[in-house]
Design a protein around this ligand. Structure first.
Ligand SMILES: CC(C)(COP(=O)(O)OP(=O)(O)OC[C@H]1O[C@@H](n2cnc3c(N)ncnc32)[C@H](O)[C@@H]1OP(=O)(O)O)[C@@H](O)C(=O)NCCC(=O)NCCS
Length: 406
C-alpha cells in the first residue's frame, strides 16, 4: 500500500493544480469555484512528496442507472500523477486502496469512470460498459420527418433560470437510461455552469425548452459558433445534452437544432449508440457518427452488483469469476434473475461460464454482448450452449448512454 492521506477541503486548490499539470490545462479560477462544491475530500486519496502533492484519486458519491434499477456507485474522478512521479506505481497503489475502501464500506457495489486513455484501467478490473457516438455533420444534408401535428411549443432561455424544471424532467427520464447518474442541486449547478474559458470560441450556453400539454417535456443544452467563408454562413451548433420525455419533444428539439439559420454544421459528443436520431434522419451516414468509449465500470462486489440490476429475460447460471485485486469476488456465483428482480450467491454447483471480473463490468449496463465477449475469448463457455442461452438476459431495451463527463 502506498502512503496516501485523506486530504482536507482546503487542499482542493493544490489538487486542482496537480490536475492542471497532469492534463496540460491552465488553472481556470472560474472552473475551480464550480468544481469546489462537488469535491468530496473525505473520499479522496492524496500522495505527497516533500510536502508537494504528486498523486491524487477521488470519487463522487452518486447514483447510477443500471438495467431496471438505480444503484449507488463510486464515480471515480480527478486521477492524476505528477509528470515527475509517473510510472513508479502511484496510480496502482491509489487504485488498489480506493477499490479496497469502496468494497469495505459496503455501500457501492460498482465503481465507474471516464478514462483519459482506455488502456489505463482494465488492469484494475474496469471494463468498457458504455460506448458513445460523437456526431459531426453537415446539417444541409439531413432532414427529419415533418411532424404529424404540432403538439408543443419551443422557447429559448438561460439554463440557470430553469434549473428546478430541468432537474424534474431529468429525474423522470434518467431512471430508464442505464449510464445516467443522479444530479443533486450541487451537480445541477456544476452541469449548468458555463465557464467562459471553456466555451471554445462559441456563445454562452442556451437551453431550448419544449413544452407539451403537461408542461416541460424536453430540453436541449447547446451553444453556437459564428463562422463565415467565401460562400456565406458556416456557423456551428454544439449540442451538450438532449433530454426528452416523449418522441414528439425529441423530434421537435432536433428539428430546430438541425435547422438554425446561419449554421451549417452540428456536433454532439455524447450521443448514445442507440440515439433515436439515427432512426429519424433521411441519411444516417451523414451524421458522421464515430464510436468511442464512455463509461468504464468495475464490479466491486459481485453478488451485490449482479443482484442489483434486472435482466431482460429469466436467467439461471453459475459463473466462475476471478479477481486478483478483490479476492472476495473470486469464486463460483449463481445468478437467478429476470425482469422483476435477481439474487446472486456463492454456489458449489458446476460453473457454466468462466471470466475475469472485468467481463462483469463490461456486461453490467447491457451494452456489451456476452456472445461477442465469448467470441473474443474473454468469456469461457464451460458448458456448450450456455452463451446463446444466457446472452439475451444481459441485454437491455436501451443501450447504456453517457451523460456528463465527471
Ligand atoms: C495515467 C496516470 C495516472 C498513470 O499514473 P502512474 O503512477 O504513472 O501509473 P503506474 O506507475 O501505477 O502504472 C501502472 C501501469 O499502468 C501503465 N500505465 C499507466 N499509465 C498509462 C498510460 N497512460 N498508457 C498506458 N499504460 C499506462 C504503466 O506502464 C504501468 O504498467 P506496468 O506495470 O506494466 O509497467 C498518469 O500517467 C497521469 O496522471 N496521466 C495524466 C492524467 C491522466 O490521464 N489521468 C487519468 C485520468 S482518467
Amino acid at each position: 500500500m502506498i502512503d496516501a492521506v485523506v486530504p482536507r477541503a482546503e487542499d482542493f486548490d493544490e489538487i486542482a493544480g496537480l490536475l492542471a499539470l497532469a492534463f496540460h490545462g491552465g488553472v481556470d479560477p472560474e472552473l475551480r469555484e464550480i468544481e469546489r462544491p462537488i469535491f468530496e475530500p473525505e473520499r479522496a486519496l492524496l500522495v505527497r512528496d516533500g510536502g508537494a502533492a504528486v498523486a491524487h484519486a477521488g470519487a463522487f458519491s452518486r447514483e447510477l442507472t443500471v438495467p431496471g434499477a438505480t444503484v449507488p456507485a463510486a464515480h471515480v474522478t480527478m486521477v492524476s500523477v505528477a509528470p515527475t512521479h509517473r510510472r513508479r506505481g502511484l496510480l496502482t497503489g491509489l487504485m488498489r486502496r480506493q477499490l479496497r475502501e469502496i468494497r469495505d464500506a459496503g455501500r457501492e457495489p460498482v465503481a465507474v469512470l471516464w478514462a483519459s486513455e482506455g488502456r489505463i484501467y482494465p488492469r484494475f478490473g474496469y471494463g468498457l460498459a458504455a460506448q458513445r457516438y460523437t456526431l459531426s455533420c453537415d446539417t444541409s444534408e439531413l432532414r427529419l420527418p415533418e411532424p404529424a401535428s404540432v403538439a408543443g411549443t419551443l422557447r429559448l432561455d438561460r439554463p440557470a433560470a430553469h434549473q428546478a424544471e430541468l432537474a424534474r424532467l431529468y429525474e423522470r427520464v434518467r431512471v430508464d437510461r442505464p449510464g445516467w447518474s443522479r444530479r443533486d442541486e450541487r451537480w445541477w449547478a456544476y452541469v449548468l455552469a458555463d465557464v467562459t474559458g471553456l466555451r471554445g470560441g462559441a456563445t454562452e450556453r442556451r437551453v431550448l425548452l419544449h413544452e407539451g400539454r403537461d408542461g416541460l417535456d424536453g430540453y436541449a443544452l447547446y451553444r453556437t459558433k459564428e463562422e463565415w467563408d467565401r460562400t456565406g454562413p458556416r456557423g456551428e451548433v454544439r449540442v451538450d445534452e438532449v433530454v426528452a420525455g416523449n418522441p414528439a419533444a425529441y423530434q421537435a428539439l432536433w428539428r430546430l437544432l438541425l435547422s438554425i439559420d446561419l449554421t451549417r454544421r452540428l456536433s454532439f459528443d455524447r450521443a448514445a449508440v442507440d440515439e433515436p436520431l439515427l432512426w429519424l434522419v433521411n441519411e444516417p451516414r451523414q451524421l458522421g457518427a464515430h464510436v468511442s468509449d464512455a463509461l468504464w465500470l468495475r464490479v466491486v462486489d459481485v453478488p451485490a452488483a449482479l443482484a442489483a440490476r434486472r435482466y431482460a429475460v429469466d436467467v439461471d447460471v453459475v459463473f466462475e469469476v476471478t479477481d486478483d485485486l478483490l479476492p472476495e469476488n473470486t469464486g463460483r456465483w449463481r445468478l437467478v434473475g429476470g425482469p422483476t428482480g435477481a439474487q446472486c450467491a456463492a454456489s458449489d454447483a458446476p460453473a457454466r461460464l468462466g471470466c475475469d471480473v472485468r467481463v462483469l463490468g463490461e456486461l453490467y449496463l447491457g451494452g456489451s454482448g456476452l456472445g461477442a465477449l465469448a467470441a473474443a475469448g474473454r468469456v469461457r463457455e464451460l458448458v456448450p450452449g450456455t452463451v446463446a442461452e444466457v446472452a439475451p438476459a444481459f441485454g437491455w431495451h436501451r443501450a447504456p448512454a453517457p451523460m456528463e463527463v465527471f
